[in-house]
Ligand binder design. Sequence first.
Ligand code: PLP
Length: 395
Amino acid sequence: MNTQEWIELSDRYIMTTYKRYPLVVTRGLGVHVWDSEGRCYLDLVGGIAVCALGHAHPKVVTAIKEQVEILSHISNLYHIAPQILLAQLLVENSPFDKAFFCNSGAEANEAAIKLARKYASEQMVGRYELITMQDSFHGRTLATVTATAQARFHVGFEPLPEGFRYVPYNDLAALEGAVTEKTCGVMVEAIQGESGVVIPDPGYLPGIRRICDEKGLLMIVDEVQTGIGRTGTLFACEQTDVLPDMVTLAKALGNGFPIGVLLAKEKIAAAFVPGSHGSTVGGNPLACAAASATLETILDEGILDNCRKVGEYFLSRLAELKEKHSRIREVRGQGLIIAIELTLPGAEFVDKCMEKGLLINCTNGNVLRFVPPLILTKQDVDKAVVILDGVLEEK
Ligand SMILES: Cc1ncc(COP(=O)(O)O)c(C=O)c1O
């Protein structure tokens, strides 16, 4: 089938919740993917910050193959060896004590919201509200889309669940002022990814921790996009020395195999008891085998170091482009979550890059976002910069 035929079938059978590019990607290897016509692309989208080890990484492929031949699924009615091993790996490489496994970022955040409420219902009676940040993104379930303080995602889905208050990101005074006798916690992204790679001031996350400590609130950090090495450390909040009460992860955890996890300190986690929450396939053997292989490879094979080095190099090359092109308003990033903010809409740049064999993403209208595999090399960066330079020249 050619591309057009695939697209016609897609339109016939799949709900139109996504605005898709006219591209059918059929194969991937490392930092490259190929379309249904055999064209190769350098992939700086990485499945939207998911394929941290690139496509078809041999360690992940082997782990999935080996596990699928033994046991794919059994349910959480029983103990699951790969799930236990993954929980151990996550806990031993983090400041958290307990894990709850699910299948996506939204579900991990949903679990965090429920755990916060459950804990509050027992330990802070009368408190149930969470404060979240304007322009945040926490997922598409009804609770997480409500936590997502962006009206455009709410339209048509009202009435939304109650119990959420919004304040501007990076504004500690507004946060402090919004706390009421009903507040039980604060939920925040370490970097706002979807709204354009917005990096907070260095004192912001520590400031939230201080406010939470002073007012007895739970601090939940959504690291669905920034976690698992994206910023050069396993968790982005490590770099600010902040210890949240809960953290959520998904995206890169399974390198493309769907999995999400909520990690929490023991005292908070204890509010979940048998029957409190669950997921039939959450943390199943196959997903956990993929995630353990991903995490072990990231930790043991210098991936974090590569992310920091190549990320810095990428930022420096983009800073050169900024000097040359007045359409670039700002270049920013941390590790390999990097953005070019343009002075004009970015959609056309994405199309032009695609024509030249480079996949990038535009978010928030005028922000070109790069969340490539963490195995990216300086040579890959150089190749991408030549294409970006050409496209910026053309416009
Ligand atoms: C910070 C953050 N939280 C949650 C989500 C939702 O994750 P998922 O699409 O896996 O439900 C996303 C997705 O982009 C995200 O960036």
